[in-house]
Design a protein around this ligand. Structure first.
Ligand code: PT1
Length: 280
């Protein structure tokens, strides 16, 4: 297990008795974002939302300018830069680690120049161009697994064995990152809940989390907040999935997951505090 997750200007301790799972707060700057209804499109709103997350105990703020929810289509490099760069500049020195949720090498480059601490790539740095952008930059990386692309990924997800396939994918990405000189301490891994997976696939990955966490020498990040896998279980629309999301989040940290990507920072931080008090 890593002792640290090296995330730009931050070095998070992961396996001390008193280390707590890290909370990554979602800051969408997309007009079509799946559950915030595009409310944070504008700079002032984005900054207010970030300030609230900081007050609520967030560790990493994940800024995203292109929705990757099922059915979402892509935006141009220019449009994505137009959405995210003002937010990155405004939050760069907010005292919390800043992550950019992008798979576009051009956006990675500008975000790194602007001083972000982490790149969260739903395509897992599978392109040579993306790896070249991050190879020698002082940023943490999130390598996520996705089958197909957001536009078509939920059409007919299929695997021989989803956990074996995700494992093979992680090993391949880690080898490629290793080959360009990325230290394992800079990387976290994300099975990609809802990204080309049926409910059954998602549940299978949930049950496999402790193995994922013990296999790669890199921390596991879990993003299930408000997703349809929660809605499928509880039968509720996206704005009523908080309790279900917290249940899944606590399962994940109890299986050893080190990072949680969430909308509801205050509630998640409270849930972790209670879980940790009982644990220790
Ligand atoms: C995630 C994630 C992400 N999720 C990482 N980045 C989204 N590292 C964006 C649904 O089923 O889990 N990990 N960036 C949002 N994507 C989705 C996918 C949103 C599925 C909703 C669903 O409802």
């Amino acid at each position: 297990m890593n002792t640290f997750f090296e995330c730009g200007r931050y070095r998070f301790v992961l396996d001390a008795v008193d280390s707590k799972p890290l909370v990554m707060g979602i800051l969408n700057v997309t007009p079509d974002s799946f559950s915030d209804g595009g409310n944070y499109r504008f700079l002032d709103d984005a900054i207010s939302r970030a300030e609230q997350m900081i007050a609520d105990g967030v560790d990493i703020i994940d800024i995203g300018g292109e929705s990757t929810r099922p059915g979402a289509s892509s935006v141009s490099v220019d449009e994505e830069l137009h959405r995210v760069m003002p937010v990155i500049f405004a939050l760069r020195d907010c005292g919390k680690a800043i992550s950019i949720d992008t798979y576009k090498p051009e956006v990675m480059r500008e975000a790194i120049i602007a001083g972000v601490d982490m790149i969260n790539d739903v395509r897992g740095f599978s392109s040579h161009e993306a790896r070249q952008e991050v190879a020698h930059a002082d940023v943490g990386l999130c390598v996520m697994h996705m089958q197909n692309l957001p536009l078509n990924m939920q059409f007919a997800p299929a695997y021989d064995n989803v956990n074996d396939e995700v494992t093979g994918y992680f090993l391949q990405r880690l080898a490629e990152l290793d080959a360009v000189g990325v230290a394992r301490t800079r990387v976290c891994l994300d099975p990609g809940f809802g990204f080309g997976k049926t409910l059954e696939h998602n549940i299978s990955m949930m049950r496999h989390l402790s193995v994922f966490q013990d296999t790669f020498g890199a921390p596991i990040l879990v993003g299930v907040s408000r997703k349809s896998m929660i809605g499928d279980i509880v039968g509720r629309p996206v704005e009523q999935r908080l309790a279900g999301s917290l249940a899944a989040a606590l399962w994940a940290v109890n299986q050893g997951a080190k990072l949680l990507r969430v909308h509801d920072v205050a509630e998640t931080v409270d849930a972790i505090k209670v879980w940790q008090k009982i644990l220790n």
